[in-house]
Ligand binder design. Structure first.
Ligand SMILES: NC(=O)c1ccc[n+]([C@@H]2O[C@H](COP(=O)([O-])OP(=O)(O)OC[C@H]3O[C@@H](n4cnc5c(N)ncnc54)[C@H](O)[C@@H]3O)[C@@H](O)[C@H]2O)c1
Length: 364
């Protein structure tokens, strides 16, 4: 399955395929002068497969969010220089969202912008991080503190890579799929809910991922279409439409930060945030009760935590501080996205709503 998008003035094509792409084919099509591959310790084997017989050095970073820092950017840039990459050279990311965010940032600043392709190897990477052009790394203890908008020319989503993905990473990616399909309304069809529930085995480790790949492929394709269309309309998050993709994220970011970065996967936090957005949305009259109930039922069936307070939320004060920090970034208002009668809606709230937010989070 191929999807073509235009983000601002840049074209970005997504290829959902069974197998790992071959760098030789990519080089033949894009004709860069030289290429380097960036991966992490868990995707180094996949990076070798991508390289095949082609000539390219491989930059291996430590795995995980802890490596999403300036030192990694410097390591990538150094390798690009020593490999003799010019401005028409190619950076190829092979990994999840951490590797693609880092490699894309490095490509965007290298000689004012070099070529970029992403081979996305996690579910979350495929349905979210690899698509839409946001790049970045963490700094001063702030997630994604520095970044650019720089869409990859080609994004490959090899389904074969999902066969080795641990259940926790499936859980993380599936929560983002649910969020995206709620924004698009396609969540509410019996067919979609059936496809989502069919992936339960991958989340518990009981299913054989290989047998789930077809279901996953349909959901990935749908999510890519929805996210791609939203980003085409608002590539640099200026009109507000791209903010719809933050459904569940205001609660999720505060939970992740109060629980201690890294304790919960991003998707686990998003699932809880989505359930809280349902409750608050109903309270404010934005979310129809039956929509809230059907979203929460699917999240619960898949084993996500939806109750309040969240068991990882030992410090309610830290949670509210994180929410208020988020508010500073959005012009002094809380900006929540709720499931709505159609799709999702963005609602701006001020300090008068603090009690309601605390109540929804189970803190009072
Ligand atoms: N740019 C964006 O728009 C955007 C959107 C959402 C998230 N993100 C970023 O993405 C990051 C999270 O992405 P992620 O969840 O993919 O994390 P990740 O890149 O850390 O990958 C998760 C884990 O899975 C391992 N892994 C990767 N592919 C594998 C495979 N095929 N088999 C087995 N293990 C594999 C990784 O080594 C890592 O340990 C965060 O830094 C987040 O900020 C960016």
């Amino acid at each position: 399955m191929n999807y073509d998008f235009t983000f601002g003035h840049r074209k970005s094509s997504v290829h959902i395929e069974q197998n790992i792409p071959d760098l030789g084919d990519i080089l033949a099509e894009m004709k860069p002068e030289r290429a380097i591959i960036v991966c992490d310790t868990n995707t180094a084997g996949l990076a070798e497969s991508v390289r095949g017989g082609a000539e390219a050095e491989i930059c291996v970073l430590p795995a995980g969010e802890g490596a999403k820092n300036w030192q990694s950017i410097e390591k990538i840039l150094r390798m690009a220089v020593s490999a003799g990459l010019g401005r028409d050279g190619l950076f190829a990311a092979v990994g999840g969202g951490v590797v693609s965010d880092l490699c894309a940032f490095a490509a965007s600043v290298y000689k004012r912008g070099a070529g970029l392709v992403i081979v996305s190897t996690t579910l979350l990477g495929m349905v979210d991080a690899a698509l839409g052009g946001k790049t970045g790394f963490d700094m001063f203890d702030i997630k994604n503190f520095a970044g650019t908008f720089y869409p990859a020319r080609n994004v490959y989503m090899p389904l074969a890579a999902l066969c080795t993905l641990p259940p926790r990473e499936w859980r993380s990616g599936l929560a983002e799929i649910i969020k995206t399909l709620v924004i698009d309304d396609s969540f509410y069809t019996t067919e979609t809910r059936g496809q989502l529930l069919a992936l339960k085995g991958a989340l518990t480790g009981e299913g054989t991922p290989r047998t789930l790949i077809d279901e996953a492929a349909r959901l990935i394709g749908r999510s890519v279409t929805v996210k791609g269309r939203i980003v085409e309309n608002d590539p640099e998050e200026r009109s507000g439409e791209r903010m719809l993709l933050n459904l569940g994220h205001t609660f999720a970011h505060a939970l992740e930060s109060a629980a201690g970065l890294g304790r919960l996967s991003h998707g686990e936090a998003v699932a809880w945030g989505l359930s809280r957005a349902c409750i608050l949305g109903v309270e404010l009259g934005c979310t129809p009760v039956e929509r809230s109930e059907s979203i929460r039922a699917v999240l619960e069936e898949l084993g996500y935590e939806t109750g309040s307070p969240h068991p990882a939320l030992a410090d309610g004060g830290a949670f509210m501080r994180a929410l208020k920090d988020d508010k500073k970034k959005t012009g002094g208002f809380f900006r929540f996205v709720f499931p709505a009668r159609r799709g999702a809606c963005i609602v701006t709230m001020d300090n008068d709503s603090l009690d309601l937010i605390e109540k929804t989070s189970g803190l009072i």
